[in-house]
Design a protein around this ligand. Structure first.
Ligand SMILES: Cc1cc2nc3c(=O)[nH]c(=O)nc-3n(C[C@H](O)[C@H](O)[C@H](O)COP(=O)(O)O)c2cc1C
Length: 328
């Protein structure tokens, strides 16, 4: 048993959170992670409306009695989705755990705390972590440069962020980005984290709702197979390095630079979504982290978390022996 402030706070067996994933964080995966002892998280904005989120929450409850959460991602967009509507719907459906991510989370955090909920806020700098701490979040999810999706613009890897978190944060924090196996979990615990958040690893499980071809593609890929898009637009995203992503990067690198309109069609959310449905890895943009270099199989969530738990314990015990031996 790995008991940490995270397992105690959330009432889970193993300190592993499945981070929000657009088009992927659907009831079947979320319930499988929670049933396996971690925390599954539904992605609110994958649902077309707050009412659809209510249905997804009810569908998840049919599959598990264990705790699960809802992610709300605040996007840098001119026409924002109805965040408040999603938040209210989830609270009314009895959700007690929220993962927030993105800019200006203050009003959402305030609302969730006023409703007695637990908030895990994901951020990519210690500066933002401290300001979320002041807003009253319960747990920080410290997302290093290795992560899938948005790593921020400061390019600091998890090792340094977590070592700073250990010294400077007062609330528990979990390590996010670049973790897919027991070495990652054991390392995170050594860095003072109360657990880990994983995205890409959970994409490549039996219960993940994406097309099997994409799971096979992840297994066949290495850590060289991701790329950053939107760097020049200051909204960097780490995605799978396919034809479309390279085209976006090429447009961004033109001497005149690029505006969002120049790449809008290439990066459309619908094309990205279709990748998961039609199984063509070159059809659109899809998020993936460099952990694809560590992913070699497609286990069930139960197999994955059982393996993580036992191997992490082995590693920690092994370290203990190594340290003792070196003292002799
Ligand atoms: C396919 C995919 C979609 C994602 N979508 C979101 C999202 O909508 N909101 C969010 O906060 N994070 C999103 N993420 C980031 C994950 O929640 C998590 O922070 C990240 O994957 C951690 O890095 P890792 O992939 O190295 O484990 C996504 C990740 C992936 C792989």
């Amino acid at each position: 048993m790995i008991v940490t402030p995270l397992t105690k706070l959330l009432g889970i067996r193993i300190p592993v959170v499945q981070g929000g994933m657009q088009w992927v964080g659907l009831p079947k995966l979320v319930a499988a992670v929670s049933e396996a002892g971690g925390l599954g998280v539904l992605t609110a904005l994958t649902q077309p409306s707050p009412d659809a989120l209510r249905i997804a929450i009810r569908d998840t409850r049919k599959l598990t009695t264990k705790p699960f959460g809802v992610n709300i991602t605040l996007l840098p967009t001119i026409n924002p989705p109805d965040y408040e509507g999603y938040a209210r719907a989830a609270v009314e459906e009895g959700i007690k755990i929220f993962e927030t991510a993105g800019n200006n989370p203050g009003p959402l955090i305030k609302f969730f705390k006023s409703q007695g909920c637990i908030v895990v806020h994901k951020c990519t700098t210690i500066r933002h972590a401290k300001s979320a701490e002041r807003l009253g979040v319960d747990v920080l999810s410290i997302d290093g440069f290795e992560c899938a999706g948005h790593p921020g613009e400061e390019d600091i890897g998890g090792l340094v962020l977590l070592a700073r978190a250990a010294k400077e944060l007062k609330v528990p924090y979990i390590a996010s980005g670049g973790i897919a196996d027991a070495r990652g979990l054991a390392g995170a615990l050594a860095l003072g984290a109360a657990g880990v958040n994983m995205g890409t690893r959970f994409m490549c499980t039996v219960e993940s709702p994406i097309h099997h071809n994409i799971k096979e593609k992840i297994v066949a890929s290495t850590e060289q197979d991701t790329v950053h898009i939107f760097r020049t637009l200051h909204n960097t995203a780490r995605v799978f390095k396919n034809k479309v992503a390279l085209e976006v990067v090429a447009i961004e690198r033109k001497p005149a630079g690029a505006k969002f309109e120049d790449v809008r069609d290439l990066v459309s959310g619908n094309r990205g979504r279709m990748v998961y449905e039609n199984g063509d890895p070159d059809y659109g943009i899809w998020s993936a982290g460099i952990t694809i270099g560590l992913i070699h199989d497609i286990p069930t969530c139960a197999e994955l978390l059982k393996r993580l738990e036992s191997e992490t314990e082995e590693i920690i015990n092994g370290l203990h022996t190594t340290v003792l031996k070196s003292h002799l």
